[in-house]
Design a protein around this ligand. Structure first.
Ligand code: SF4
Length: 126
């Protein structure tokens, strides 16, 4: 049985409830696009991994024509047909969203999903 201190810690690191309906955080919050180490701009860092890259839609963000070197500016990429198609899909056909998105954004908008913020104060760890 957990003591009170451990129960508090357990509560702090509680995993998000992924059974929530799909709420794309890149669309509905200030979650920002990610600039990858390989020179691409993807809708968020959660999709920049082998699982994300296997998805037919996300794969298109890694097309050489989307590479930062092949565009005049970040805004050119953000205003591309591909990004417009992405937002249109999330707004009008969210059921078509990649599985990886349904996993990461199948939780409450305020859930941190992959990280837990810890603030240290003079009184100790809060
Ligand atoms: S996981 Fe997908 S839907 Fe969620 S914020 Fe990232 S790109 Fe958007």
């Amino acid at each position: 049985m957990l003591d009170h201190g451990n129960q508090e810690k357990e509560k702090m690191i509680k995993k998000p409830d992924r059974a929530e309906s799909f709420k794309p955080k890149c669309l509905l919050t200030d979650r920002q696009p990610a600039y990858t180490a390989t020179g691409f701009i993807v809708p968020c860092c959660w999709v920049d991994n082998p699982w994300g890259m296997r998805d037919d839609f996300i794969k298109r963000f890694y097309d050489p024509k989307m590479h930062i070197d092949n565009n005049e500016s970040v805004m050119e990429i953000m205003n591309s047909d591909l990004y417009n198609e992405w937002w249109d899909m999330l707004i009008n056909r969210p059921e078509e969203a990649p599985d990886i998105c349904k996993k990461y954004c199948g939780s409450k908008l305020e859930d941190k999903v992959t990280k837990h913020d810890t603030y240290i104060s003079k009184k100790g760890n809060k």
